[in-house]
Design a binder for this molecule. Structure first.
Ligand SMILES: Cc1cc2nc3c(=O)[nH]c(=O)nc-3n(C[C@H](O)[C@H](O)[C@H](O)COP(=O)(O)O)c2cc1C
Length: 434
């Protein structure tokens, strides 16, 4: 594993960050103690992650390391969480029809997306706030994508500069765009992403307002990130069994680190932690935005959050390069159709056009990836599998998540009797009740 370095230092193996980033910790000795304590116990979590056999094992490990008050933001969905659950159930209802009596030395799972080679048909999707789970969480996840040979998508709501994330990885990078401070701030982000060498942007269109995330409202998790000293102190006893997370959070800058360096205010400062839901409401991305975005952004464009034939038609007419069938992991409109069902509806519409179709929502195993490809996806994007890896053991945890998916895809392909992912078709699944 390559050490996660950064121009302002590393917290990975107990090295100190320069105090400029941690000026609120006035006592250097206390800071050193926190960083060293954190560094000393990193290996325990990394070893445990390496023993995980499934993506769900990584979820369980993350739940041991991170209190649910923090973890629920990542685990949870909107309203009754019906869509979140059904995203997973839709895959589990599928049944394979193997072509038996077939053997081959190698499984070919390489493919390409927008001219970039992928070592397997998986792309890391955008996930905000990863850095609050593990020090330098976004760089850790991006570095793991690079080693796995798959692209990485950085969320607008990341807590690390997009330039630093790009520098931390060999993966082709995509920048996911929200515009909570309006067009001018978004233009700046696009220009920076272009200069830093991002290969594409991803416009998330399913977020005219934030979903009704009841878990977050019930456990007042914002008090931990942005509360007063007294509010945070009230939650301190609950955090005692999660000291590794606590030490990591403070070693990485604590509350001061929770701001958005890829969304700059008019005076060039990172947008402070804020009620993101209210900001999104005043400035959602619409199809009309494509016009001004194209004047600035010269690279490829993905539209994420396509959920109906109407959306797919619009994406094709607008000439985007790829659409991502997505209900945001069940975090936006509850009772939206599961991602796999939408893929089945839309893949035939997109076939034969120049638009690539990706999907996300509910991918938790290599078998799920194979099913999505059978129904026409070029590749899948993953949200929570990445979250569980970062939350369990940072970069090593995400490395393990991708290893698990790769092994499971290969195993499924061998048992299906299909040598290449490009040969997957509907003959490998039950399409109607037999
Ligand atoms: C904690 C969390 C934060 C997310 N943040 C973003 C984001 O900032 N932008 C975005 O377009 N999608 C975001 N998503 C949605 C993911 O990109 C993706 O659509 C979803 O997680 C896929 O479902 P899965 O988690 O079942 O893989 C987020 C998802 C999670 C779980």
């Amino acid at each position: 594993m390559s050490p996660l370095t950064h121009k302002s230092g590393s917290v990975k193996q107990g090295k100190l960050l320069p105090l400029a980033e941690n000026e609120y910790i006035t006592n250097r000795a206390l800071h050193a103690l926190i960083v060293r304590g954190y560094g000393a116990s990193v290996k325990r979590w990394e070893d445990a992650a390496q023993k995980c056999l499934t993506i769900d094992d990584l979820r369980v490990l993350m739940e041991r390391r991170v209190h649910s008050m923090v973890g629920d933001y990542y685990h949870g969905g909107a309203s009754d969480e019906t869509t979140m659950r059904e995203n997973i159930e839709a895959f589990q209802k599928e049944r394979f029809l193997p072509h038996s009596g077939v053997s081959f030395p190698e499984v070919d799972m390489a493919t390409e997306f927008l001219g970039h080679p992928l070592s397997m048909p998986v792309i890391a999707g955008p996930v905000g706030f990863l850095r609050t789970l593990w020090p330098r969480g976004e760089e850790a996840a991006a570095a793991a994508s690079g080693k796995a040979g798959i692209p990485y998508t950085l969320s607008s709501f990341s807590l690390t500069r997009l330039e630093d994330v790009k520098a931390a990885t060999s993966a082709p990078c995509i920048f996911q765009l929200y515009k909570p401070l309006g067009n001018a701030a978004a233009e700046q982000a696009l220009e920076r992403a272009q200069a830093a060498g991002y290969m594409a942007i991803e416009l998330t269109i399913d977020t005219p307002v934030a979903g009704n995330r009841l878990r977050d409202k019930r456990n007042s998790s914002t008090e931990l990130m942005n509360g007063t000293f007294l509010q945070r102190a009230r939650h301190a006893p609950k955090m005692l069994p999660y000291l590794h997370w606590v030490a990591g959070f403070y070693a990485d800058g604590g509350q001061k680190m929770v701001k958005f360096p890829n969304i700059l205010t008019a005076d060039g400062q990172p947008m402070p932690y804020a009620d993101v839901a209210a900001l999104l409401k005043s400035s959602a991305i619409t199809w009309e935005d494509l016009e001004w975005i194209r004047k600035i952004w010269k690279g490829r464009i993905l539209v994420k959050g396509v959920q109906s034939p109407w959306d797919a038609q619009r994406a094709i007419e607008c000439g985007v390069d790829a659409m991502v069938v997505s209900n945001h992991g069940g975090r936006q409109l509850d009772r939206a159709l599961p991602g796999l069902e939408v893929l089945k509806l839309l893949a035939p519409m997109v076939k034969g056009t120049r638009v690539d179709i990706l999907m996300d929502g509910g991918i938790r195993s290599g078998a799920d990836v194979v099913i999505a490809l059978i129904y026409g996806a070029t590749a899948v994007k993953v949200g929570r599998p990445q979250v569980y890896g970062v939350g369990a053991a940072g970069e090593v945890g995400v490395d393990r998540a991708y290893e698990i998916l790769r092994e499971e895809i290969e195993h499924t392909m061998r048992l299906l009797g299909c040598q290449s992912i490009k040969s997957l078709d509907s003959s490998y699944v039950r399409t109607q009740r037999i």
